[in-house]
Design a protein around this ligand. Structure first.
Ligand code: NAP
Length: 503
């Protein structure tokens, strides 16, 4: 790939004159140190950026703002649409939600892109194999919807939300990214074998969309096998697209394959907004000591520059980082520790940054894997319709109701009572506890807790009315404490609910 030197770029940038506005959030712990490092390098490469300093994280929580992201910061991001941020801490006892997740959700940055590639001078178990993959993680939905309830004092429930629209956006993003980078395979990683409706939706959308990209091999693997395969033979992976929690875990795994969190960069992309950050957190024990490895955030800022169409400067900085790692004149303590080097005399964050700046304009003699584009000018709006006309065409039928009940009764006793309360339109088909059927008894060694789900279905396939559901809840509520009710529907004849284990 042909590359310009940083000085060439600086001349171009100088001529371009207008500075690009970027919101910068130094963040917590080691955040200010690594952000400063990236800013110094970007400035040295001659990119004209107008930084808008903004706040988020621990201090904001401590001041009593329970979101961790103040109004002024939101306004700045609405203006600039691009963020370079340090890690944010979620202090225990202040506010409930992570400010990181809040930022990603408020600006609908639905694709979290985490490249993991072999770097020169960073020896790992896989050195020489050419590990070069990108994990594209859905960034908004799933268990990160953060919808949790205490159903009883001892039973917590969290809702896993997967939508067709959210799945489409991130899966399309992954295919477009693969196409743009000339990658040949996209692996969809889910737990669809167990979570047939939620993870299954993600898999189905992937399978429906794959034929639009005939030049790209599309495969589906179960997420636990992906973890296994990543450790056994990581070079088989190219782009992996997956749901939020799966992606959180396997992208850290991917970082571990290529040198650890000190090297793991990421971008959160949405429609017209992007947030760039290291994968790692605030590493509080290293805060203020000038010892942390800033590579992860520097490489995240390279992703940012590509997003801002500053490809020459992005290339120059990336090359300078690779030269610095390859030559090993400034080795940070994490890498020194991994390689059995001199940890006591390891390079400080500042010294490493100085070395990268000194190396601007140079090219590494070896690059284990080819440097690719990894940017985002590829956002495509959802192409399937989610308008009312789609839903008007889907036949739906009300077929019953699940009612969650807190009760000290044994399953048989509660089952008999609920059967008697079911009424004329509905019948109790089963009771389950913790997802496993306990009534009618299976006779097996099933344990239960004092929280049950009663499944009530239409008697003899009769049509149900709203009044049947309300009436049932009223009757149950007179005798038992019900905590939740969910309607059972079928869509075009397909049940919109799963069976209990053992049902
Ligand atoms: P962490 O801050 O990522 O640190 C865990 C360990 O990873 C460190 O102790 C260090 O390992 C290593 N590490 C992290 N960054 C490194 C770097 N740049 N160079 C070298 N090694 C690095 O994880 P944590 O301690 O679990 O989390 C601390 C806080 O950060 C929490 O409040 C968490 O919520 C927050 N967090 C924020 C983000 C974000 O803003 N996106 C992400 C994750 C966590 P050694 O101890 O082996 O040296």
């Amino acid at each position: 790939m042909e590359r310009e030197s940083a000085s060439t770029h600086a001349t171009q940038a100088g001529a371009a004159a207008t500075a690009i506005p970027v919101t910068v959030i130094p963040g917590d712990g080691v955040g200010p140190e690594i952000v400063r490092s990236a800013q110094r390098i970007i400035e040295a490469a001659g990119v004209p950026i107008a930084w808008e300093q903004a706040e988020a994280g621990a201090e904001v929580f401590r001041r009593g703002d329970t979101s961790g992201v103040p109004h002024e910061t939101r306004e700045s991001i609405e203006r600039t649409r691009v963020v370079l941020k340090g890690p944010l801490e979620t202090p225990v006892g202040f506010g409930e939600k992570s400010a990181n997740v809040t930022l990603r959700k408020l600006f609908e940055t639905y694709a979290n892109v985490r490249p993991a590639r072999e770097l020169p001078g960073v020896p790992t178990r896989y050195s020489g194999e050419g590990v070069d993959m990108i994990v594209v993680r859905e960034n908004v939905e799933d268990l990160y919807a953060g919808i949790e309830h205490m159903e009883t004092p001892d039973v917590a429930q969290g809702l896993k939300i997967i939508t067709r629209k959210g799945s489409e956006k991130v899966i399309r993003y992954a295919f477009e990214l693969a196409r743009r980078e000339g990658r040949t395979k996209v692996t969809c990683a889910t737990k669809a074998n167990i979570m047939k409706l939620t993870e299954g939706m993600f898999k189905r959308v992937f399978e429906e969309m794959a034929p639009e990209y005939p030049e790209i091999q599309a495969e589906h693997l179960i997420i636990d096998n992906v973890a296994h395969q990543m450790v056994k033979n990581p070079v088989q992976f190219d782009v992996i697209v997956t749901t939020n929690l799966n992606g959180d875990i396997i992208s850290d795994l991917a970082s571990g394959l290529v040198g650890g969190l000190g090297f793991a960069s990421s971008g959160n992309y949405g429609d017209g907004v992007a947030i760039f950050e290291a994968v790692h957190g605030s590493a509080p024990k290293y805060a203020g000591k000038d010892v942390i490895n800033p590579t992860a955030l520097i490489l995240s800022s390279v992703m940012m520059l590509r997003y801002l169409d500053q490809a020459a400067a992005a290339d120059a900085i990336e090359q300078a980082v690779l030269v610095t790692l390859e030559e090993g004149r400034a080795v940070t303590q994490d890498l020194a520790r991994q390689t059995g080097g001199d940890v006591e005399h390891a390079a400080s964050t500042t010294a490493f940054t100085d070395q990268v700046i000194a190396n601007l304009g140079r090219q590494p003699s070896s690059v284990p894997v080819s440097v690719r584009v990894t940017d985002s000018g590829l956002v495509r709006r959802p192409e399937w319709t989610y308008g009312p006309e789609r839903y008007a065409g889907i036949g739906r039928e009300l077929v019953g109701m699940d009612v969650m009940v807190e009760s000290d009764l044994a399953p048989d006793a509660l089952g008999d009572e609920l059967t008697a309360l079911a009424g004329e339109a509905l019948a109790l088909s089963m009771l389950e506890s913790r997802g496993t059927k306990v009534y009618p008894s299976t006779g097996l060694a099933t344990d239960h807790v004092r929280w049950y789900r009663g499944r009530f279905v239409a008697r003899d396939g009769r049509a149900l009315a709203e009044a049947d559901l309300v009436g049932l809840l009223g009757r149950i509520g007179e005798h038992h404490r019900w905590t939740e009710a969910l309607r059972l529907q079928s869509f075009d004849g397909e049940p919109g609910y799963t069976k209990a284990q053992g049902e």
